[in-house]
Design a protein around this ligand. Structure first.
Ligand SMILES: [Zn+2]
Length: 159
């Protein structure tokens, strides 16, 4: 049994596939029916694990997607962003647009950590390797939070 589930939704301009589960050695992706669309969105919000044994299948899956589709990644959890930064082969040599992704912020006043969803525009507006725009405020004390990590590394894969 596959360790990952794919839920396909057809939108006006694209096919959206939401992944739920694990990108591991038991993950089976099947084949994608594009229904004539040329945009393909992968929603990673519910991916709870990714391991090195799952990478080979994943990369083959990415490489096997039709050459003429534009691929968008959305709601990438930290583990997916870290994977893209550590292992650029994750995108299967495809041209991938990371539309939205989570980033970790820390409030020193409340001693709290929060994963906030940022958009590609947020990241690009801030300049390369920066996380400042827009300011991420703590949901408790409403004061600006610090990015929890090395900005230059974390934002490296958002281009
Ligand atoms: Zn706070």
């Amino acid at each position: 049994m596959s360790s990952i589930n794919l839920t396909t939704t057809t939108r006006a301009d694209r096919i959206c596939i939401a992944f739920a589960g694990k990108i591991d050695e038991n993950a089976a992706y099947g084949s994608i029916n594009l229904n004539g669309k040329i945009k393909l969105e992968f929603d990673f919000d519910k991916v709870e694990l990714i391991n090195s044994m799952g990478l080979q299948n994943w990369v083959s899956f990415m490489k096997g997607l039709p050459a003429d589709v534009t691929i968008y990644f959305t709601k990438c959890p930290l583990r997916i962003v870290n994977q893209m930064n550590l292992f650029p082969g994750f995108i299967g040599e495809r041209n991938v647009i990371v539309e939205s992704f989570y980033a970790a912020y820390f409030c020193a006043r409340c001693d709290g950590s929060f994963n906030n969803l940022l958009t590609r525009e947020d990241a690009l507006r801030s300049g390369p390797g920066k996380a400042k725009s827009p300011e991420q405020n703590c949901p408790k004390c409403l004061k600006p939070m610090e990015f929890d990590g090395i900005e230059e590394k974390y934002f490296g894969c958002i281009k």
